[in-house]
Design a protein around this ligand. Structure first.
Ligand SMILES: [Zn+2]
Length: 317
């Protein structure tokens, strides 16, 4: 009996995949460039998964997708980077792979990464709550409250980048105003840097690291906005762990500013003392989380006829 589950993390430009054991160790891993968007991406995914299934018995399949996902119906509501809209991804893949759609778990990528960090990187806090913030171009998030992944009613749970932080604030791509990621993301840092005369976010970070006062002010301002949102989340769920990752979040030149902004709060404020840790699993978190989630839906229902049967209990051996 195999103990390995397959995790696939679909990004905007590449697809990472790998086999993961029951403790969350990645035992095999590969990355392929995304060949196309829309249905071409679905076909490429089927080929990648089929490759694993042809040579290994897997204990489950999980997919992490950059967009809004209904895990219960295995449908991608919207993934703009992939041109996916109301796509019944579980059903499509199952049809191509001749397995039941119920054997494929589909999850939002930030949720999958948060689940991996929660389950693997600190087993001592099982039963507690974890927040993972992915601070890159925007802010992605995954919330686990009391060991439960918060997906919400429509799959939008944990989309913390669009917390409306400032009424009437800066216009966001989502159509709303004043969203958190407009003030505390990589894009926000680049905007602030350019307004102050630097080339981009990276540029102002390295000048700040050298001790330049004006550069430090620019970075501090963005870090303070990040901590502001962190306090809102902390006040809601009081997490045992607050992890930060992503291109900007994991940048060692940025994190000290975030920690300082958190330290500057009075300890009497709600979770003014929140401890901010770096996400441990980095770029592999999506694959590991998807595999761990996929493990709960083992592949036991391979259809005999070469077409997936519509009855979920069909074709048991
Ligand atoms: Zn928004």
């Amino acid at each position: 009996v195999t103990t390995l589950a397959l995790g696939v993390d679909v990004g905007g430009t590449k697809i990472a995949s790998g086999l993961v054991d029951q403790d969350g160790n990645l035992v095999e891993h590969s990355i392929t460039g995304l060949a196309g968007r829309g249905y071409a991406a679905v076909e490429q995914l089927a080929l990648i998964i089929n490759d694993y299934l042809a040579r290994t018995d897997v204990a489950g399949i999980g997919l992490a997708v950059p967009g809004a996902v209904r895990s219960d119906t295995r449908t991608v509501t919207s993934a703009p980077n992939l041109d996916w809209n109301q796509l019944p991804l579980g059903e499509e893949l199952a049809r191509k792979l001749h397995i039941h759609e119920h054997t494929i778990h589909i999850e939002n990528d930030a949720n999958a990464a948060a689940w991996a960090e929660h389950r693997v990187s600190s087993p001592s806090t099982l039963g507690s709550s974890t927040v993972l913030l992915t601070v890159g171009t925007g802010i992605g998030g995954g919330l686990i409250v009391g060991d439960c992944l918060v997906r919400g009613w429509t799959g939008g749970g944990g989309e913390v980048g669009h917390l409306p932080l400032l009424p009437g604030g800066r216009l966001c791509e989502c159509g709303s105003r004043g969203c958190w990621e407009q003030y505390a993301s990589g894009r926000a840092l680049t905007r602030a840097a350019q307004e102050a005369g630097w080339r981009d976010g990276r540029d102002v970070l390295s000048t700040a690291a050298e001790g330049d006062t004006r550069a430090r002010e620019v970075v501090s301002h963005v870090a303070a906005h990040l901590v502001h949102g962190i306090r809102i989340i902390s006040a809601l769920i009081d997490p045992a762990r607050l992890l930060i990752g992503g291109g900007l979040g994991a940048d060692e030149r940025f994190l000290p500013f975030v920690r300082k902004a958190a330290r500057d709060l009075p300890a009497t404020a709600p979770r003014g003392d929140v401890t901010i840790e770096t996400a441990a699993l980095g770029m592999h978190a999506g694959v590991i989380g998807a595999a761990l989630l996929g493990r709960s839906t083992p592949i036991t229902q391979r259809a005999a006829s070469g077409r997936a049967s519509t009855s979920p209990g069909g074709s048991d051996r």
